[in-house]
Design a protein around this ligand. Structure first.
Ligand SMILES: C[S@@+](CC[C@H](N)C(=O)[O-])C[C@H]1O[C@@H](n2cnc3c(N)ncnc32)[C@H](O)[C@@H]1O
Length: 401
């Protein structure tokens, strides 16, 4: 089948900015699909039009029904950069589509800021929790963020202050490419613009306050950054645990017996496309997990309050599972092992004799490696320094054949 669907990127300069290929595809289309803003750029000429419904995914079956007719979808900028093209590509084969990009908001913003696109952090908080941007805060970071609307820049300015980046410079780039394009500049601490135009892209240059401790994306954040009630996988053990869990981009972790959520949160921070579910039976700890996830830039962590293995039913399939608690629970390891695909990693940490007994039992049946992590931290003993041992952790890790 030849391409019947055109996905045409269009900027705020409207029809004038389209390439001749895009114009031809648009002229040939029998049906035009787009947002109100986009359809408003095309003069009425009697052709069928479909305005994106909410939620947008309800339009996908309608588009598929028209397979074989000439259909043109209009999208903002580059349709494959956080745009509708990426969503269509999940259900329509590439050979059935012609995708013609215009400049993305990131391209335009880099030109306005004179920033090199591969050297900066690009994030989208358009229609997503704005706390996601926090994972990109570090001294010297240059961040471009697609926003949800006019109140996002002021909210980000407040977050920068809360995280020790009050001197950061912000630039709001409104309606780039349109005749009413405008930019607003300022510093987070004294940000004066409570509202900007709804169509805007935000540029941030992160400047840390004296004493702000930068948070690396590599696992092993300091214990102090997590709110916890003692149920925390300690920094040294957490780093070793995540090394065995081996997060790859877009993979999903189940953090079973999540405590304060530290392992799931560090899994998510290691790549923006990662997914994680924290399963925890204590309601109070679920509250801590949600708070830590928001504070540490991982607001998409799914928190499931409940007892494993029952609480595991119906969750998104995992690529790796961490059992931080409850390994001796009836049916837990069986359920986890069954849920893992071939190549999936299972890591369990225990500190009790009962936990060790379960670990030895499962190691004998499923194989894998056993390890013991004994960490001592140097602490002041009067005027001297002594070694304060943490509880030793027995660790079992296995990769499903
Ligand atoms: C769903 S994203 C689509 C991005 C688009 N695919 C692209 O390549 O630019 C929409 C967000 O992009 C940003 N954006 C898109 N066009 C813009 C423009 N002309 N000026 C400022 N921001 C723009 C805004 O942050 C807006 O909320």
């Amino acid at each position: 089948m030849t391409a019947w669907l055109s996905v045409i990127g269009i900027g705020e300069d409207g029809l004038e900015g389209l390439s001749s290929v895009a114009r031809t595809l648009l002229a040939e289309a029998e049906l035009l699909i787009g947002g109100e803003r986009h359809l408003g750029m095309i003069p009425e000429d009697g052709r069928d039009r479909l305005c994106w419904p909410k939620p947008l995914k309800t339009a996908i079956p309608e588009i598929l029904q028209r397979s074989g007719r000439r259909v043109a979808v209009l999208a903002t900028g580059d349709p494959m950069c956080y745009g509708v093209g990426a969503r269509l590509a999940r259900v329509i084969p590439a050979e059935e589509m012609t995708i013609v990009p215009a400049l993305s908001a990131f391209n335009l913003a880099c030109a306005r800021m004179a920033w090199s696109l591969p050297d900066i952090e690009t994030v989208t908080i358009h229609g997503r929790p704005r706390e996601m941007i926090v994972a990109s805060f570090y001294p010297g970071a240059r961040i471009l963020a697609l926003t949800t609307g006019g109140s996002t820049p002021a909210a980000v300015a407040r977050m920068l202050c809360e995280h020790g980046y009050g001197d950061s410079r912000l630039t709001v780039l409104e309606r780039m490419g349109s005749p009413t394009e405008r930019r607003l500049d300022g510093v987070a601490r004294t940000w004066p613009h409570e509202r900007a135009a709804d169509l805007n892209t935000l540029a941030v240059e992160c400047i840390a306050d004296p004493g702000t401790v930068a948070r690396a994306r590599l696992p092993g954040l300091p214990d102090e950054v997590f709110a916890h009630d003692g149920q925390l996988t300690k920094r040294e053990v957490r780093a070793a645990t995540l090394a065995l869990l081996a997060p790859l981009p877009a993979q999903c972790l189940w953090d079973v017996g999540a405590g304060c959520g530290s392992v799931g949160i560090e899994w998510l921070r290691s790549h923006p496309n990662n997914r994680a579910v924290a399963i925890e039976r204590s309601a109070a700890r679920c509250g801590l997990i949600a708070r830590n996830a928001a504070t540490l830039g991982a607001p998409l962590l799914q928190v499931v309050e409940g007892q494993a293995p029952d609480a595991l039913a119906g969750l998104a399939p995992p690529d790796a599972i961490f059992i931080g608690g409850g390994i001796a629970s009836e049916g837990l390891v069986e359920a986890c092992w069954q849920a893992l695909p071939s190549g999936g990693r299972l890591v369990a940490n225990v500190v009790t004799v009962e936990g060790e007994s379960a670990v030895f039992h499962w190691h004998a049946r499923l194989g894998g490696q056993l390890g013991r992590i004994a960490v001592s931290r140097g602490e002041a003993v009067g005027p001297f320094t002594g070694w304060r041992p943490l509880m030793p952790v027995t660790q079992w890790s296995v990769v499903k054949p």
